[in-house]
Design a protein around this ligand. Structure first.
Ligand code: E4P
Length: 226
């Protein structure tokens, strides 16, 4: 499962990318608005940092406008993916852009029926929003598992991107259920690496090393510094 960051923040993208595990970024109008930066230079910079898909969202409920926005977004960079919300006009635009070879991420998907439509419209990615389903007491994992099962049975190529993830458990469950991509806020990304036993173990090793260092003979210079 590819790990993706859900953000418009350049520092977060750079830091996650430095770890060597970042495979994409999803932006949305809320993230972009929060940065208070010029739109085009910001999204171009994100695309240049990440070696993977960067979803950039359209804003219209008119298929023709969406197609024009899709053309503009596709010009931004080779790894730019056009994000289109799930509604009839969005599906029509998805069909048109996909037929032209432009990659579309159908977003704001909340059930398997919508995911079925996205795949039939030729979407490159479909984004079920798990956290927002949990917020309204709906079993988001059942929705994700149904979508993954249907896509496998039907042989759809559309990738399932688990979105609106709120915790490391969401990420692990998404992987277990067969999502192709998981996108998450930087806070969740950071929490994936953390475990108190790792911290305690590292501290014990460092203390033991420090105590014994003088008796260990010649050390490589880099280990002398440790
Ligand atoms: C995904 O593409 C969306 O931008 C995102 O995951 C929404 O998450 P939220 O429900 O935390 O806003």
């Amino acid at each position: 499962m590819k790990l993706s960051l859900d953000t418009g923040n350049l520092d977060e993208v750079r830091e996650a990318n430095r770890w060597g595990v970042l495979r994409g970024v999803t932006t949305n109008p809320t993230h972009i608005a929060k940065e208070e930066k010029d739109f085009l230079p910001l999204v171009k910079e994100i695309c240049s940092i990440v070696d993977g898909d960067v979803s950039i969202e359209t804003l219209s409920q008119d298929a023709d406008v969406l197609v024009r926005q899709g053309h503009d977004i596709a010009q931004i960079a080779d790894n730019a993916v056009v994000k289109i919300a799930m509604h009839p006009e969005g599906l029509a635009a998805t069909r048109k852009l996909s037929d032209e070879g432009i990659k579309v991420n159908v977003t704001l998907c909340f059930n398997p029926a919508q995911a079925l439509l996205a795949a039939e419209a030729g979407a490159y990615i479909v984004s079920p929003f798990l956290g927002r389903l949990d917020d309204i007491a709906t079993d988001s994992m059942k929705v994700l598992s149904d979508i993954c099962e249907i896509y496998a049975l039907q042989g759809y190529d559309t990738q399932v991107l688990a979105a609106s993830l709120r915790s490391p458990l969401h990420v692990v469950e998404a992987a277990r259920l067969g999502a192709d991509i998981a996108t998450m806020p930087f806070k969740v990304f950071q929490s994936l690496v953390k475990h108190p036993l790792t911290d305690a173990g590292f501290k014990r090793f460092s203390d033991d090393w420090e105590e014994a260092k003088a008796q260990l003979g010649e050390l490589p210079p880099s280990m002398q510094e440790a």
